[in-house]
Design a protein around this ligand. Structure first.
Ligand code: CMP
Length: 143
C-alpha cells in the first residue's frame, strides 16, 4: 500500500486547522499510520528542503518552518501520493483552487498550511527523515 508524508506547517497548527485537515484525509478514506507534533530544527529543515537550497526564498522558508510546532504525518492508501497533492492544491496561492486545502484556507505561497510529498521517491526520503520504523502503527480489523 502506498504511503506519503504530509506535514501541517506552523501556520496551520497556529490557526487551529489540524482537525480540519486531518478530517479531510480521513473522509477521503486514507489511513493515518504515524504522526507527531514537533518543532523542526534547522538541520532537519535544511534536509527536508534540500532541493530548494540556493533559491531566493530558501532562508525565509527555513525560518518559517522552524518557527513553531508542525504536525508531521504518514498516510497510507491507494494512490495517496498523487491524490493528497490534489487535495492540498497548487503551491502558488493564485492557482490553488477552491475545494483544496490551500484554496480554502491559504492566501500566501510560503504560508501555505501543508506540505505533501510529490513522488514515491520524495515520500520515501521524507518519511525516513521524520519517522523511525517503530513510530508506525498497524491496524487490526475492528472486533
Ligand atoms: P512545500 O510544498 O512545502 O515545498 C516547498 C515550499 O517552498 C512550498 O511548499 C512553499 O511553502 C515554498 N515556496 C515555493 N515557492 C515559493 C516562492 N516562490 N516564494 C516563497 N515560498 C515558496
Amino acid at each position: 500500500m502506498e504511503k506519503t508524508f504530509l506535514m501541517i506547517k506552523p501556520d496551520g497548527v497556529q490557526r487551529g486547522l489540524i482537525g480540519e485537515i486531518v478530517k479531510r484525509f480521513e473522509q477521503k478514506g486514507f489511513q493515518l499510520v504515524a504522526s507527531k507534533l514537533m518543532v523542526i530544527n534547522r538541520e532537519l529543515a535544511e534536509l527536508h528542503y534540500a532541493e530548494h537550497k540556493g533559491k531566493d526564498f530558501f532562508e525565509l522558508l527555513v525560518k518559517f518552518i522552524t518557527s513553531g510546532p508542525v504536525f508531521a504525518m504518514v498516510w497510507e492508501g491507494d494512490q495517496v501520493i498523487a491524490l493528497s497533492r490534489t487535495m492540498i492544491g497548487k503551491t502558488n496561492s493564485l492557482e490553488a483552487a477552491p475545494g483544496t486545502i490551500r484554496g480554502d484556507f491559504a492566501v500566501h505561497t510560503r504560508l501555505n498550511l501543508i506540505h505533501g510529498s510529490d513522488s514515491p521517491e520524495s515520500a520515501e526520503r521524507e518519511i525516513g527523515n521524520f519517522f523511525k520504523p517503530e513510530e508506525f502503527v498497524t491496524y487490526n480489523k475492528a472486533i
